[in-house]
Design a binder for this molecule. Structure first.
Ligand code: CS2
Length: 492
């Protein structure tokens, strides 16, 4: 029987082990949201920082609901193989920065203890856009979000992110322990500010005397995070076994590229993440806008069009000449809405993104990116569309992406096969309606859902007709035909 990867496993040549002794370093970070992205990104930067500069910064990984990540990692002493896949080939390294993996549901006492420990100086988060329970319209909590509702009802036994962090910050204050820094690593605009406003509102409801402490004494640096990390497949597990000679149920595959831009505001210290290439800046916002609009916006556009055109992976979309032209157009349109960013060449960034999307070794599914559109479209597509409207720039690329998303919410392919929308707003986006809708009625119903579209954008007649015309074509002629006629509009 193949042995499982552990701290004691002798790794073959060519597989990079931790170049430091992980056990000699204490814990300093609790990370909430133990998914593939954290394991491919922040945990790797921390691994590099521990190797280069040391410090007690190992990570206690926590998932809120699923026991699977901890079940995978714990028998492996927190170790896992990171496989970087690029045109140059695949490289494997074993990451040692995760000291323990826990699940709030099953290891509650240990999680709460770690959150209150004076040694915990940072709590970082990747729970995806929908995990926060944020009401976009108010910037506060969404009381209908299941975890927020549960925590409002029982604030002393929190289950969700906002309730848990408010509880932990209150406990630390009661015990005279300095607050930890809250580091949001999800693809949200001004993510630190959003989480501060979420926690402050949560505190208003369940710990009013904490509000001032939260706003005055807790740091919420904003960050831009980037590394394309597909969901693990059976092939990933087989590749890890072939590369390291041990069974690794916690392995993760990703691209070679990675980027992390962080606001340097860590009152209780931080690892030397710059040793792994992180960039510390005063204002993350322009980097964040660039990445959300160019990388993520184009991702969403190509996911809806590509999925409906029958393409499973992003790399297949890039192999379609018509779609790849629409990708280039979208990148250009998104870049035109950005203010110049000293030291960054948007043209070069476009080239890099195109090559990253085309990576022939990554199995990044269009269906994975298509998930949670209602949580992603506002910052990726509607915000730059509004800027383009203000600037008098063409709306075509954003209108096309929006039409593709609205088309996707119908939940049936052009061949009439049903698929699951996987969106927290599924019930509202695709309610049971007897008669098929026209492009106009479908669009109008969705544009009027509260909190999704900026009002100025939805009120624009130019925008409305640009979306409806394209949506009508997608519904009547199918996605393949709509792609062709969109390309014909670009000209040479
Ligand atoms: C993607 C992102 O699934 C998605 O919505 O756009 O996860 C993307 O791969 C990452 O943000 C890349 O850093």
């Amino acid at each position: 029987m193949t042995k499982r990867l552990t701290a004691g496993s002798a790794l073959p040549d060519g597989v990079m082990p931790p170049t430091y002794d992980p056990a000699a370093h204490g814990e300093g970070i609790v990370h909430i949201g133990l998914g593939a992205f954290h394991k491919a990104h922040q945990a790797v930067y921390t691994d590099d920082a521990l190797a280069a500069a040391g410090g007690d910064w190992r990570i206690v990984g926590v998932s809120l609901r699923s026991a699977a990540p901890a079940e995978e990692l714990s028998p492996q002493d927190g170790r896992y193989t990171l496989i970087e896949r690029s045109v140059e080939g695949s490289r494997a390294r074993v990451v040692g920065s995760m000291s323990r993996a826990l699940c709030l549901k099953t290891d509650r006492a240990a999680v709460l203890k770690a959150l209150c420990a004076p040694s915990t100086r940072i709590v970082s988060i990747t729970v995806t856009e929908k995990g926060y329970g944020l009401d976009r319209a108010t910037g506060g909590i969404d009381p209908t979000h299941p975890a927020i509702a549960a925590d409002l009802a029982r604030p002393k036994a929190p289950e969700g992110l906002a309730g848990l962090l408010v509880w932990a910050l209150a406990e630390r204050r009661r015990k005279g322990v300095p607050p930890f820094t809250v580091l949001c690593c999800d693809n949200l605009p001004e993510n630190g500010h959003l989480v501060r406003s979420l926690l402050t509102d949560m505190a208003r409801h369940c710990a009013p005397d904490l509000v001032e402490h939260l706003t005055q004494n807790v740091a919420f640096p904003c960050t831009m995070v980037d590394r394309i990390t597909p969901a693990r497949s059976p092939d990933t597990l087989a590749l890890a076994l072939a590369m390291i000679g041990f069974e690794d149920r916690a392995t993760v595959e990703t691209e070679a590229f990675r980027q992390w831009v962080i606001e340097d505001h860590f009152p209780t210290g931080r690892p030397d993440w710059e040793t792994g290439g992180a960039l510390f800046v005063r204002d993350v916002r322009p980097f964040e806008e660039m990445k959300l609009r160019m990388l993520n916006g184009t991702h969403s556009m190509l996911a809806y069009t590509g999925f409906l055109a029958g393409y499973k992976y992003v790399r297949n979309v890039m192999g379609d000449p018509a779609l790849s032209r629409l990708v280039t157009r979208h990148l250009g349109a998104a870049a035109s809405t950005l203010d110049p960013l000293p030291g960054v060449d948007f043209g070069l960034y476009t080239k890099e993104l195109t090559a990253r999307f085309a990576n022939p070794h990554l199995g990044h599914e269009t269906y994975q990116i298509a998930m949670d559109g209602s949580e992603k479209m506002p910052q990726r597509i509607f915000a730059p569309a509004l800027d383009a409207l203000h600037n008098g720039q063409p709306l075509d690329a954003f209108a096309f992406a929006t039409a593709a998303w609205v088309r996707y919410t119908v939940g049936r392919t052009d061949g009439n096969e049903a698929y699951d929308l996987r969106d927290p707003l599924s019930a509202k986006l695709a309610p049971a309606i007897d008669a098929p809708e026209t492009a106009a009625t479908l669009y109008d119903r969705i544009v009027n859902l509260p909190g999704l579209f900026p009002t100025e954008l939805s009120a624009s007649a130019r925008w409305r007709s640009a979306v409806i015309e394209r949506l009508g074509h997608m519904l009547s002629a199918g996605m393949q035909a709509a792609i062709q006629s969109e390309v014909a509009k670009i000209g040479d």
